[in-house]
Ligand binder design. Structure first.
Ligand SMILES: NC(=O)c1ccc[n+]([C@@H]2O[C@H](COP(=O)([O-])OP(=O)(O)OC[C@H]3O[C@@H](n4cnc5c(N)ncnc54)[C@H](OP(=O)(O)O)[C@@H]3O)[C@@H](O)[C@H]2O)c1
Length: 219
């Protein structure tokens, strides 16, 4: 990357998604602590950690994770975990902040609210902003950092431009009512690992059956 340090580095998930032997999240955390001590990163944090995962780090480490990056949006308000992190002074960074307002290619569920939702449209008119800005601001007014992803210049500008207004507490509570406790990212890690393991075995079988290993050695 040709840089001397990064601002923040996260453990992406506490789950052993690749089935690594002797996997221990706490060992990874100790590695991040060392990276911080060496000045390679200014802050260290975690992602997709639940309160049990967090508690283990907090009980055994002197460094507080700066951040827990977790899914947070109107249909997955994630209130308990957000409250837990904030009670421990850990900043919550919210991914998939648009929830089901935008298409999710790997998830065909369609849950309210949409961009045309009358409640959100009414709020957007009241604050003189767009529905997308109301949805991003919903996180900010819960003291969560939204990290909307976009490849569109206008969207990026709009997503940044949310710090000149704020939702009143009642409007935050109204948006909370869209909560269905349904994640955009419904990843079954065990299933994913089994699938990858199976795919790997199939690849080996294919290589053996077609004598490709021999071909590779000869060529
Ligand atoms: N830690 C984790 O496990 C994890 C998991 C998932 C995601 N993330 C991170 O979270 C970030 C974003 O997550 P995400 O992509 O799932 O969710 P997202 O920001 O909720 O959704 C991205 C989608 O929203 C659209 N969009 C963005 N701004 C918009 C606007 N103003 N109006 C209308 N549509 C808009 C984008 O399309 P356009 O490109 O057309 O704007 C894109 O299709 C990424 O940095 C990603 O790496 C982390």
């Amino acid at each position: 990357m040709k840089i001397d340090y990064v601002d923040l580095i996260l453990i992406h998930t506490p789950r052993n998604v690749m089935g690594v032997q002797n996997y221990d999240t706490f060992e990874i955390w100790k590695g991040l602590e060392e990276a911080k001590q060496l000045g390679l990163t200014r802050s260290i944090g975690v992602s997709n950690f639940n309160s049990t995962d967090m508690a283990r780090i907090l009980a055994n480490s002197t460094t507080l994770p700066a951040v827990n990056q977790i899914e947070t949006n109107p249909t997955f308000a994630n209130q308990e975990l957000v409250a837990y992190c904030q009670s421990k002074s850990i900043v919550v960074m919210g991914y998939s902040s648009f929830g089901f307002l935008v298409p999710r290619p790997f998830n065909d569920l369609s849950l309210p609210p949409s961009f045309e939702d009358p409640t959100l449209v009414g709020m957007a008119e009241k604050y003189g902003v767009t529905v997308s800005q109301v949805v991003q601001r919903y996180l900010v007014d819960r003291y969560i950092i939204p990290i909307a992803g976009s490849l569109n210049k206008e969207h990026i500008q709009s997503n940044i431009n949310i710090y000149n207004f704020s939702l009143c507490h009642e409007d935050v509570l109204i948006i909370n009512q869209f909560d269905r406790n349904v994640k955009v990212y419904l990843i079954d890690y065990e299933g994913l690992f089994n699938y990858m393991h199976l795919a790997f075995l199939k690849l080996i079988e294919f290589v053996e059956c077609n004598n490709l290993r021999q071909y590779e050695l000869k060529s």
